[in-house]
Design a protein around this ligand. Structure first.
Ligand code: NDP
Length: 321
């Protein structure tokens, strides 16, 4: 089968197309023929060495496809079933081994590319808005990178709960996408973000900031919060945030700062099924729309990473084998 392999850390060019054997499912595993593969910002952190990973490796954790074989002890899935997953290392390939407890059945009517890109970003948006700072009707929150994969989904989920959403974006086209997803106010990074937020909230500040941008937005995020507001720092698209003195949280208004990750929010099958079930149910009912900003051939994975890291993409992006 064809797969992408990273043999050394570096830029997008380190991702090579290789021919490797189709793996055999062990006990509790599914062998899936991939229909589409979700590309996530974290894939670029591993490739660049920001997060360590043993070399060589096949990137990607997310996708959707059709089960071809099941290993011993698999009872809940069978060949022919459509599944999606967000935690199967080696997903940039024509076939992937998925642990059955990580697989989610794809509802009829959900297209393969949306199924392949909805779970990781959608469950992230879900835990941020339901668990990290469970926003309530009437709250106002700030979502950075509002036209990105997580950003568009988080905005829609927040708006559906009756939350007022302010977003940041870099271009007019992204502003239009973010407004379409329901953002009431869209701020550009070259504006004074915190000053704009104070203006919009009559000086109060927002209840929560969901910040996946990191280094470039962190200070504005702290300065945008109301007293006792929550900063959920969930990513570092612009680079990691430098160390800070916790005393600053006191001075800025008894703030809450957390650095959450998806794995800690899908700790068992029940929690995974809750979040994935909510995401797929909302997609099936039309309440949540997953925007596929771009599709790339598997062999063009390097181009996809280049586009993602140079901020050229909107919404979710996928590889199609
Ligand atoms: P996005 O589609 O949001 O792409 C990243 C976006 O970040 C860009 O489109 C860009 O939007 C914005 N951005 C701002 N500054 C920069 C910069 N200097 N370089 C590149 N991009 C920049 O990606 P994802 O939806 O996949 O992920 C969003 C964030 O969420 C990432 O930080 C990711 O690591 C994090 N994440 C965290 C998870 C967790 O559980 N902790 C799980 C999933 C994702 P614009 O042009 O509008 O600024």
């Amino acid at each position: 089968m064809r797969a992408i392999r990273v043999e050394t850390i570096g830029g997008p060019e380190v991702m090579k197309v290789v021919d490797i054997p189709i793996p055999t499912p062990g006990p509790g595993q599914l062998l899936v023929r991939t229909d589409a593969i979700g590309i996530n910002y974290i894939d670029t952190y591993f490739r660049r060495g920001l997060y360590p990973r043993a070399l060589p490796y096949v990137p990607g954790d997310e996708g959707s496809g059709v089960i071809e074989q099941v290993g011993a002890d698999v009872t809940e899935f069978a060949p022919g079933h459509r599944v999606a997953w967000a935690a199967a290392p080696g997903s940039y390939a024509e076939h992937v081994l998925v642990d059955a407890p990580s697989a989610i059945a794809v509802p009829d009517g959900v297209p393969a590319d949306q199924a392949a890109s909805a779970l990781l970003q959608g469950m992230t948006a879900h835990y941020l808005i339901e668990s990290t700072y469970p926003a309530q009707r009437g709250d106002t929150v700030l979502v950075h990178a509002g036209a990105g994969g997580v950003g568009l989904l988080l905005t829609q989920m927040a708006v559906a709960k009756g939350v007022n959403v302010i977003t940041t974006v870099s271009t007019d086209a992204k502003a239009e996408r973010s407004s379409h997803a329901g953002a009431a106010h869209v701020v550009r990074y070259d504006e004074d973000i915190a000053a704009r937020v104070r203006e919009i909230t009559d000086g109060e500040g927002v209840d929560a900031v969901y910040d996946g941008v990191g280094a470039d937005t962190f200070e504005a995020s702290l300065a945008s919060l109301r007293i006792r507001g929550t900063l959920a720092l969930f990513g570092a698209a612009s680079g990691p945030v430098p160390p800070m003195d916790p005393q600053r949280l006191n001075g800025a208004g008894s703030l809450f700062l957390t650095r959450p990750t998806l794995a800690h929010h899908i700790r068992d099958r029940a929690e995974l099924e809750w979040r994935a079930g909510d995401v797929f149910a909302a997609m099936s009912s039309g309440a949540l729309s997953v925007e596929i900003g771009a599709r790339y051939a598997l062999a063009d994975a390097a181009t996809a990473h280049t586009d993602l890291e140079s901020r050229r993409t909107t919404g979710s992006i996928v590889l199609v084998p």
